[in-house]
Design a protein around this ligand. Sequence first.
Ligand code: SF4
Ligand code: MG
Length: 337
Amino acid sequence: ENNFLEVDKLQTAFRTDKGEVISVEEVSFQLKPGETIGIVGESGCGKSVTSLSLMRLLGSSGYIKKGTIMFNGKDLTKLTEAEMRQIRGNEISMIFQEPMTSLNPVFTIGNQMLELINLHLKLPAREARAYAIEMLARVGIPRASEIIDEYPHKLSGGMRQRVMIAMALSCKPKLLIADEPTTALDVTIQAQILELMKKLRQESNTAIMIISHDLGVIAEMADKVLVMYAGQVVEEADVFTLFDDPKHPYTKGLMESIPHLEHDSQERLFSIPGTVPTIHQMPKGCRFHTRCQFATEKCAHEKPALLPANPHSGHRVRCWLHTDDQREAPMPSKAEV
Ligand code: SF4
Ligand code: MG
């Protein structure tokens, strides 16, 4: 099957009181129906800005500066706001990390679900309600036929997130963007939600873009992975290659800090010392050099490009350790084919 989403050299910027800052730089990827791409990195690495760029939900100060987002033959960067509204929630759905901000407190769960279902699926009222209840039950909400008439504040955070997921899935989107969809949930619910997303992918051939700081979630869900650091993709590979043969020191650091599932998600911190640089103070050269144990003089001054780590797999890495020789001469193809 063909790619139905092709993001090419996406660059997203924000206007700030210190001038324009580039938040995401040259992100490119493709997605086929039913395929899942994972985007992983610590907070502040540009994962969410990438997904919000696709939805064109960048607020009043954010804008797409360069690049194209081809979705079903349309360049989303060129659509009007009215045209984007047709796509959001219908062809592309998004599950956010904080469900309270996306549910309206003054309407019942049912009002909000039915509005969405009416808008996109145009079912008769009774069928729409039955379908909404079915979707709530499918995401593991007990007594769904009663909960549907509750207001959001009556539900726990985990329940609200499940409602959001039911809403996102109810319109059978072509692309589901899930930004830390299970971060606030306990382990059992998290596993249920991931199972549900997999089932949806299988039944409806929905493509999924899953964003997480948790490599365990990525390993569970993704076919291919982008590792982001400080607004850039630093490594890109199919999920097996990435876990089998990680190249970038940042990716390796993330691997070493894979959390144990028993632990609370908020405690699953990375083992890499230091923090992600802010967009106002990007290090020169390799953006990771301030935290990298392999950094050399060159790393501090010269920017590495995202280049093939292996000519046969589409595995790419932004690191002088792995791509240095490609600068001087083309990399000879490896004998192991
Ligand atoms: Fe570390 Fe240098 Fe590679 Fe950057 S380019 S990740 S500093 S070794
Ligand atoms: Mg985020």
